[in-house]
Design a protein around this ligand. Structure first.
Ligand code: TYD
Length: 145
């Protein structure tokens, strides 16, 4: 299982240009997996928290294109906070890591590249279930009894 130490910031190429800067990313290059889906989060009202969950399979690469926000990752034991405010930094999060986003600035825009198509069954939304998952226990496992 991955830990928060497997999450990391990847600096994206930055083409500095007096006409305006340009950054980019490609599957298997800057993004260390094959991308299957892209989604983005915007118009977040002040004080909101999003994405309090983990994925069993999905890998993610998150870029804060505009504004700033914090992404907190948790592996069941350790927590790490990334304050993101540059459009040329991406945060890689492997599967099995709980993550949430908070402290969205006004007009922040965050884009998430995912390794899988949307699958609600890939989500772990309950923290107790997440801790069980991390500890190798499932809801149907009687070994705790
Ligand atoms: P969700 O991932 O649950 O967001 P958060 O954890 O931040 O609340 O997604 C919110 C809603 O959007 C949920 O109904 C599922 C839907 N959704 C899709 O249909 N496709 C997607 O790719 C994503 C990311 C979400």
């Amino acid at each position: 299982m991955y830990t928060v130490h497997d999450t990391h910031i990847i600096e994206l190429p930055k083409k500095i240009d007096p006409r305006g800067n340009l950054s980019f990313l490609e599957s298997e290059h800057q993004v260390p997996f094959q991308m299957e889906r892209v989604y983005w989060i915007y118009d977040v009202p002040g004080g909101q928290i999003r994405g309090g969950h983990a994925f069993k399979e999905q890998l993610e690469f998150i870029v804060v294109l505009s504004g700033s926000l914090d992404i907190i990752v948790f592996d069941g034991e350790e927590e790490k906070r990334y304050a993101l405010n540059r459009s040329y930094y991406g945060l890689y999060i492997p599967n099995g890591i709980w993550r949430r986003m908070e402290n969205f600035s006004t007009n922040s825009l965050v884009i998430c590249m995912a390794s899988t198509a949307y699958n609600p069954n890939d989500y772990i939304r309950d923290e107790v279930e997440f801790l069980d998952y991390r500890n190798g226990r499932t809801n149907n496992n009687n070994s705790r009894l």
